[in-house]
Design a binder for this molecule. Structure first.
Ligand code: PGA
Length: 264
C-alpha cells in the first residue's frame, strides 16, 4: 500500500483531489466510486472548485456510491443521496443519469443488490474508489466480521457506527438507521485503484490496524493490504500511531525523486 502523509485535513483533501482530477483528465469517462461521511467533504469541495475554476469536466464521469441507509428515501436529509447532492452532485456537471447510489427504499433488497453489482460491471467496473474508514475499521458499511469476499448486500450497522453517526441526526440515536445497503469488501477490492482517506487523532488507532496490522475481517479496511493499487492519504494526526511512519515518508520522497530524474 502506498501511504502518503499530509500535514492536515486541507492538505489531505487537496492531495486526494489532485489524484482524482488527474485520473479524470487521463480518462474522461472515469467510473468513480464515492464515499460519504465527514472525511471526503474537503475532497468534494476541492473537486467543485476544480470543476468551476479549472474546467475539470464530469460530463462523462459515472459514479457509484458505496452505501446508503436502509429505510431512508433519497429526499431524507440524512440519506446519503441527499448528502451527495449537497456536497458534490448539485455543484458539478455530472449528468443525473450517470449517478448511482444504493436505493434504501427497495423491497426486494437481494434483487436490488445483484442489480447494483451488475450496473457496476456494465459500466466497466470502478476505476477509482474513494474510501473513508470507520472507527471500527469499516470500509463502506462492512462492519467487523464482514466476509472479506462479501458483495453488495443488506447489513446491520454495528453499535459503534450507530453511535458515531448519531451526530448527524437531530434527535437521539433512536432515529439513526440500524441497517444499510453497502458494497461488499469483495466488491470494493475489484476497483482498479482505491483511495483511502483518514483524518484526525480519533482514527489513528484504527488506521494503524488497517495498514500495519494483520488482514482480518475484524478490521475490514485491512483487506486493502491485498489490493495492488491502494493509496492511503492521511493527515499527521491519523498517521500518528503508524510504526513505520518515517519509512512511508522516506519512500514517497525517494520515489518522487526517481520518477523525476531516473535511476542515475
Ligand atoms: P467519517 O466516517 O468520514 O465521518 O469519519 C468514515 C466512515 O465511517 O467510513
Amino acid at each position: 500500500m502506498r501511504v502518503i502523509i499530509e500535514e492536515d485535513y486541507g492538505a489531505m483533501s487537496r492531495r486526494a483531489a489532485a489524484i482524482v482530477a488527474a485520473m479524470i483528465r487521463d480518462k474522461p469517462a472515469l467510473v468513480l466510486g464515492l464515499a460519504t461521511g465527514g472525511t471526503p467533504i474537503g475532497l468534494y469541495s476541492e473537486l467543485i472548485h476544480r470543476n468551476r475554476e479549472e474546467g475539470l469536466a464530469f460530463s462523462r464521469v459515472t459514479t457509484f456510491n458505496l452505501d446508503e441507509y436502509y429505510g431512508l428515501p433519497p429526499q431524507h436529509e440524512q440519506s446519503y443521496g441527499h448528502f451527495m447532492r449537497k456536497h458534490l452532485f448539485d455543484h458539478i456537471n455530472v449528468p443525473e443519469g450517470n449517478i448511482h447510489l444504493p436505493d434504501g427504499t427497495v423491497v426486494d433488497v437481494d434483487a436490488f443488490c445483484r442489480q447494483y453489482e451488475r450496473m457496476i460491471d456494465e459500466a466497466g467496473g470502478v476505476d477509482l474508489q474513494v474510501l473513508g474508514i470507520g472507527a471500527d475499521g469499516h470500509i463502506g458499511f462492512n462492519e467487523p466480521g464482514s466476509s472479506l469476499a462479501s458483495r453488495t448486500r443488506l447489513v446491520a450497522l454495528g453499535t459503534r457506527t450507530i453511535k458515531d453517526n448519531a451526530r448527524f441526526f437531530q434527535s437521539n440515536d433512536q432515529a439513526v438507521p440500524r441497517a444499510a445497503i453497502t458494497m461488499g469488501v469483495g466488491t470494493i477490492l475489484e476497483a482498479r485503484t482505491c483511495l483511502l482517506l483518514a483524518s484526525g487523532t480519533n482514527k489513528a488507532g484504527v488506521v494503524a490496524q488497517a495498514i500495519e496490522g494483520p488482514i482480518t475481517s475484524q478490521v475490514t479496511a485491512s483487506a486493502l493490504q491485498l489490493h495492488p493499487h491502494t493509496i492511503a492519504i492521511l493527515d499527521q494526526r491519523a498517521a500518528s500511531l503508524l510504526r513505520r511512519k518515517d519509512e512511508y515518508v522516506r519512500s514517497e520522497t525517494l520515489l518522487r525523486e526517481l520518477r523525476a530524474g531516473g535511476p542515475g
